[in-house]
Every structure is written in structure tokens, then in C-alpha cells.
Design a protein around this ligand. Structure first.
Ligand code: OSB
Ligand code: MG
Length: 369
């Protein structure tokens, strides 16, 4: 295949409710969408990085420049042996995996559409037709607010609750959540807010029988997580620090965690996401699909990814309406009362783009030939 044209678009959309993690609060998203064209067919991808370089080193404005000046020029007009090879041509770009991953995902979507095939099928998924869903709930202004939110999400059918924690919003908050909801599937995500000096404090979480604690330590650390895992009972799930299948191999070998959160962008796209999945599967480590407050396009890609067989736990892939007053795809991503998303049957990522609405939220656009 040969990409003839790539259009970059930045969209701006306010979140229905602010989303707060240990590294800050987001109220409006600025998202880069990538459209790749070949022979009259378009594929779409989404760059999942944040507006600020706080989750990892990537951010929206940097992503635009990396795409425009380095990633897109490496793929344009090149004869590529299918989407499996797209990442290979961008491999000289160090880091910036979410950025390159947005383009890589567009190439997969394009390849699926060229064959009139659903994206989930093109990536080798299809192990399930319905995706089990969990929610990620940010730090709130009060515990009462958090408890009400959990109540509402459970009523919507979500199968597991993840709450964001940080120093000052952890043990006491989780104690109150557990008192109110003793039997729910519950987990916590720290987004790197702690260090090994906090071992005794983190041990106190063991009494709440959480499913897992996600990325408690450094965003780029594996070794300290192994030390922590040896000292606490709560299983550690790794997010930020797993950027490749090689990292996954090392982390599992060191017993740095028992579960991996796979984010399509964080590992650089579908090809590497599949390799992380395969490494984990071969070692009996379950994975689940993380989220980055995506618009409908990234959300739909996450649905496709979640159909690979080792996505055994409910992910952070949830309904469009939790984040957007109106999404850029139709239909929006919807979650049934049983807490599942039906995997779409159509070609590519399986939803239609609401072109008029997309236009109205686009603040910058550039086509590269
Ligand atoms: O660590 O999983 C994370 C959102 C922004 C940055 C990091 C994370 C998150 C989430 C949200 O937890 C998951 C979602 O998109 O629903
Ligand atoms: Mg996380």
C-alpha cells in the first residue's frame, strides 16, 4: 500500500465534567486526528496524548510538529508492506509513541477499509463480540461526590470501578468507598504519584482487596515496582512504564506487576499493542484496554483492540456520553445495561464520522502531500 495524502486536524471539545488525576485537572481536550488516504479510501487515527506533557512526555502541540515534520514524511508515497510495517518506518523517531501511534492506527483503519473488513478482524481480533466495560473516575472535590458518581456508574451497568488516587486522596477515601460498596470490583490508579518511601502507606491498601493498583511509582520505572510488588499483596498493574513488548517482557520477568494496561497509543499503535498482548498472554498475564479520554475515533479503535483474546478484564473503554455532550461519530459508543459495548460489524473502525460536527470543532487543519 502507498499513502498519498495525510490530513492532520486538531479538534477542541470540552469534557462534560472535569477529569482529575494525580498530575492535574483536564476540562477541555485538544485532540489531533489523522486521516490517511490511498486510492480514494481514507483511514482514521487519533493521537491520544494529553494537552500537557504530564502523563508522559508527549503533548498536543508537540505531536503536531512530530507528525508534520517527521512521522508523516516517512510514510508518504512509500510502498509499505501493509499496516504491520507502518511502525517500522517510523522507528527512528525516538519516543513520541502516542503521536506516531495515531498515524499507525490510521494506516490500519485504511488497510481494513481497503479490504472492506472490520478493523477488529484486520488486526486479528474477534475473540468476543461484546466488550466488558469499566469506568475510570477522577479525583473529586468531595468523597460524597465520588460515592454518588460510583453509584451512578454502577446503575449504568459498568462492571468495575477504577478511582484515581494521590497522596491525600487514597487510603481514607478507599475505606469509605469500600464501606459503602463492599462487593464491587474496585481498583485504584495513582499515575506515578508515589515512591518507594511510601511502601508502608501503600501496604495499608491491602485490607481493601482491590483488584489491582495501577502505576503507583515512577512513570518510567520498572525496577521499583518489582520491589514494591514483593512487599504488598494488592496486584500491581503497569500502565505508563510499558511502552513496548520488550518492556512487558522485562517487567513480567522481574515480577514488577501481575496485570498490564495496554494503551494503543502509549505503545505506538496496533502492531506493538499486539506484541505486548502476545508477550503477556504467553506468560499468563491478563491485559485490559486503557483509555486517554478519547473522542469517538480513538474510542472505536480501543473497542477493536479489546477483541484480542487476552483482554480478559474490563477496560477503561466506556460510553461517549461520559465525556462528550456530542461525539464526532454516529452512533456514539454506547454501553448496555449489562455493562458491555457491542463490537460494530461495519468496515474499518465501524462507526460513521459526523463530518459537519467534526468541522465545527476543528480549530486547525493541514494536508500533507
Ligand atoms: O492513567 O489511565 C490513565 C486519563 C488520562 C490520562 C491517564 C489515564 C486516564 C484514565 C482515563 O484513567 C481512562 C478513560 O479514557 O476513560
Ligand atoms: Mg493509568
Amino acid at each position: 500500500m502507498k499513502i498519498e495524502r495525510v490530513t492532520l486536524r486538531e479538534i477542541t471539545m470540552p469534557l462534560v465534567h472535569f477529569f482529575e488525576t494525580s498530575f492535574g485537572r483536564t476540562t477541555t481536550r485538544r485532540i489531533i486526528l489523522v486521516e490517511a488516504d490511498a486510492g480514494g479510501v481514507s483511514g482514521w487515527g487519533e493521537v491520544s496524548c494529553g494537552e500537557r506533557p504530564f502523563y508522559n512526555e508527549e503533548w498536543t502541540d508537540g505531536a503536531w510538529l512530530i507528525l508534520r515534520d517527521f512521522a508523516v514524511p516517512r510514510l508518504l508515497h512509500r510502498e509499505i508492506d501493509g499496516p504491520e510495517q507502518a511502525g517500522h518506518w517510523m522507528a527512528h523517531i525516538r519516543g513520541h509513541r502516542m503521536t506516531c501511534g495515531g498515524l499507525e492506527a490510521a494506516v490500519w483503519d485504511l488497510a481494513a477499509r481497503e479490504q472492506d473488513m472490520p478493523l477488529w478482524q484486520r488486526i486479528g481480533g474477534g475473540a468476543r463480540r461484546r466488550i466488558p466495560c469499566g469506568v475510570s473516575i477522577g479525583v473529586k472535590d468531595s468523597v460524597e461526590d465520588l460515592l454518588e458518581t460510583i453509584e451512578r456508574e454502577l446503575a449504568e451497568g459498568y462492571q468495575r470501578i477504577k478511582i484515581k488516587i494521590k497522596p491525600g486522596w487514597d487510603v481514607d477515601v478507599i475505606r469509605q468507598v469500600r464501606r459503602r460498596f463492599p462487593n464491587i470490583r474496585l481498583m485504584a490508579d495513582a499515575n506515578s504519584a508515589y515512591t518507594l518511601a511510601d511502601i508502608e502507606h501503600l501496604k495499608r491498601l491491602d485490607e481493601f482487596y482491590l483488584m489491582m493498583i495501577e502505576q503507583p511509582l515512577g512513570y518510567d520505572d520498572i525496577i521499583d515496582h518489582a520491589k514494591l510488588q514483593a512487599r504488598i499483596e494488592t496486584p500491581i498493574c503497569l500502565d505508563e512504564c510499558i511502552r513496548s513488548a520488550h518492556h512487558a517482557e522485562q517487567a513480567i520477568a522481574m515480577r514488577a506487576g501481575q496485570i498490564i494496561n495496554i494503551k494503543l497509543g502509549r505503545v505506538g499503535g496496533f502492531a506493538e499493542a499486539r506484541r505486548v498482548h502476545d508477550v503477556a498472554q504467553a506468560r499468563n498475564v491478563p491485559v485490559w484496554c486503557g483509555g486517554m479520554l478519547e473522542s469517538g475515533i480513538g474510542r472505536a479503535h480501543n473497542v477493536a483492540l479489546s477483541t484480542l483474546p487476552n483482554f480478559l478484564l474490563p477496560g477503561d473503554v466506556s460510553a461517549s456520553k461520559r465525556y462528550w455532550a456530542r461525539d464526532i461519530i454516529v452512533p456514539e459508543v454506547e454501553v448496555s445495561p449489562e455493562g458491555v459495548i457491542d463490537v460494530p460489524a461495519g468496515p474499518g473502525f465501524g462507526y460513521a464520522i459526523d463530518t459537519d460536527y467534526l468541522k465545527s470543532v476543528t480549530v486547525r487543519e493541514e494536508t500533507l502531500h
